[in-house]
Design a binder for this molecule. Sequence first.
Ligand code: E4P
Length: 215
Amino acid sequence: MKFFIDTANLSQIKEAQDLGVLDGVTTNPSLMAKEGIRGQANIEKLYTDICNIVEGDVSAEVISTDLAGMIKEGEKLAALHPRIVVKVPMIKDGVKAIRYFTNKGIRTNCTLVFSPGQAILAAKAGAAYVSPFIGRLDDNSVDGIELIKQIVHIYKNYNFRTQVLAASIRHSVHIVRCAEAGADVVTCPLSAIMDLLKHPLTDIGLAKFLADHNK
Ligand code: E4P
């Protein structure tokens, strides 16, 4: 399972990269706003900076909701770097845009996916990644992990090549459950990745080993 970090914060991206487990990055307009990154030029510069830090795919989201606008934006974003993946929302024109980009050899990440039917449409249109938002489903009393299991199962049935990118991860247990469910990728906040390190018995065991060594 690949680990992506879900942030527009360069120092967090560097920290995850330094850990040696980072396979890519996802961003979205809310994450950009959180970091105070405004204006197309600044946003595009950030994408380029991220591509220079991380070796894997970097999802860059379009803001337009009409086909022509998504195509214009997506082509510009894809031209920034070969590892940019154009992130397109799961709406009618989004599906058309994914098909357009697929035919042109531009990879896409279909975002805001909340149902197996939406995931089937994204795969049929040729999306490289589909992003089911598990945390937001959990917030609405629906088990997000069940959706990951359903999509993984459906994609296996038909050998769809679209990778299941579990998004809206809230904590380290989500990461482990996504691995059990067979997700191809998880995109997580840095805190969820770092929390995987934690176990009190590791800390107690290490303290004992060091104390015994010093005897
Ligand atoms: C996915 O690519 C999104 O950026 C993301 O994971 C959204 O998660 P949230 O529900 O924490 O905003």
